[in-house]
Design a protein around this ligand. Structure first.
Ligand SMILES: [Fe+2]
Length: 280
C-alpha cells in the first residue's frame, strides 16, 4: 500500500490471528484502501476497527471489499443486507446466553465464508466473543489423534426448535425442524485449501461409520483436545467496534452475560465468491 504505507497500521491482536487496523476511516474508503483491508483479512483471518461509527450502508460497503454479501438468511429476503444479533431489536437473533464454539452454517451445504459484526450496544460485563484458529488446531494435533480422524466425516445439525447455545445436540430429541450437513472432520478451506479441524460442540452430532459409542468417544477426545488449546483471542466488545472474520478458518464462541445488560450487534454475512455446493 505504497502511498499509504506511513498511514495504515495493522496491530496484531494475538499470536495466531487478527489485526486491529489503524489510520483508516472505515466510513470513507478508497478502492486502494479496500484492497489493503482485503489483504489484511486474507493474511490474518480477522480485522478490527474501533470507533468505526458506520451507517448500515458504510458497513455493507466495507464488507463488500472482502466478499459478496450472503443473502441466504430468510430475514434478508426483503433485500436487506444485515441482521441483528441482539436482545434490544425485536427481530434480533440469538439474543442471550452462552454459545459454544462453532462456525456459522456448519449444518448447511453452502458454507459461509465470513461474518462481520458491528457493535451498537455492548454489555458492561460478559458477552465477549472468543475465537480459535481451526487450521492451527489441526496442525498442532497429536499424531495419534490425526490418525484417528483421517478419512472420517461428521454430521452437523441445527434444530430450530431446540435453539440452545450451551448444550450438545441430542439425536434422541431432534425435531423435524432441523437442518443437517456432512463435512470431513479435517476439511480443507474452499479458498485457501488449508486443512481445518472442523467440529463443534454446538452442532456436531455424530461421526459417520462408527458406532454411537465410538463416535462419542472420538468427539469427546477431540473436544478435550480443543479445550487444552483454549482461546486464541477474546474480544471484549465496546460500542463502535467493527470486526470481520473468516468463518471457516476461525471458530467463534460467546460468553454468557446478565440478561439485564443490553447487547446489540449488526451482522453482515459473506458468501464464497464462486458458487460452491458442498456434498458430504
Ligand atoms: Fe455464530
Amino acid at each position: 500500500m505504497h502511498t499509504h504505507a506511513n498511514r495504515i497500521h495493522a496491530k496484531p491482536l494475538s499470536a495466531s490471528l487478527g489485526v486491529e487496523i489503524l489510520g483508516l476511516n472505515p466510513k470513507h474508503l478508497s478502492e486502494e484502501e479496500k484492497g489493503a483491508i482485503k489483504l489484511l483479512f486474507d493474511n490474518h483471518h480477522f480485522v478490527l476497527f474501533r470507533n468505526a461509527d458506520v451507517t448500515e450502508e458504510e458497513h455493507v460497503s466495507l464488507v463488500r471489499a472482502i466478499g459478496p454479501i450472503s443473502t441466504a438468511d430468510e430475514i434478508m429476503k426483503d433485500g436487506r443486507q444485515f441482521t441483528y444479533i441482539s436482545n434490544v431489536h425485536a427481530d434480533g437473533r440469538v439474543p442471550n446466553g452462552e454459545l459454544f464454539y462453532h462456525s456459522d452454517h456448519m449444518f448447511l451445504d453452502e458454507p459461509l465464508k465470513g461474518i462481520s459484526l458491528y457493535s451498537i450496544e455492548a454489555p458492561r460485563v460478559g458477552g465477549e466473543t472468543r475465537f480459535l484458529n481451526s487450521a492451527k488446531a489441526y496442525q498442532a494435533m497429536p499424531d495419534d489423534l490425526k490418525k484417528r480422524v483421517e478419512g472420517l466425516s461428521a454430521r452437523h445439525v441445527y434444530d430450530y426448535d431446540a435453539n440452545r447455545g450451551d448444550q450438545r445436540p441430542d439425536p434422541a430429541t431432534l425435531s423435524a425442524n432441523t437442518d443437517m450437513a456432512v463435512y470431513p472432520l479435517v476439511w480443507r478451506h474452499p479458498v485457501s485449501d488449508v486443512p481445518l479441524l472442523y467440529i463443534s460442540r454446538l452442532f456436531t452430532i455424530e461421526v459417520l461409520g462408527l458406532s454411537r459409542e465410538e463416535s462419542e468417544k472420538l468427539l469427546d477426545d477431540l473436544f478435550a483436545y480443543l479445550d487444552t488449546i483454549g482461546d486464541d483471542y477474546t474480544h471484549k466488545w465496546a460500542s463502535g467496534d467493527l470486526i470481520v472474520w473468516d468463518n471457516l478458518h476461525l471458530q467463534h464462541a460467546r460468553n454468557d452475560f446478565p440478561h439485564t445488560e443490553r447487547r446489540a450487534l449488526r451482522r453482515v454475512p459473506i458468501a464464497l465468491e464462486a458458487a460452491y455446493q458442498h456434498s458430504g
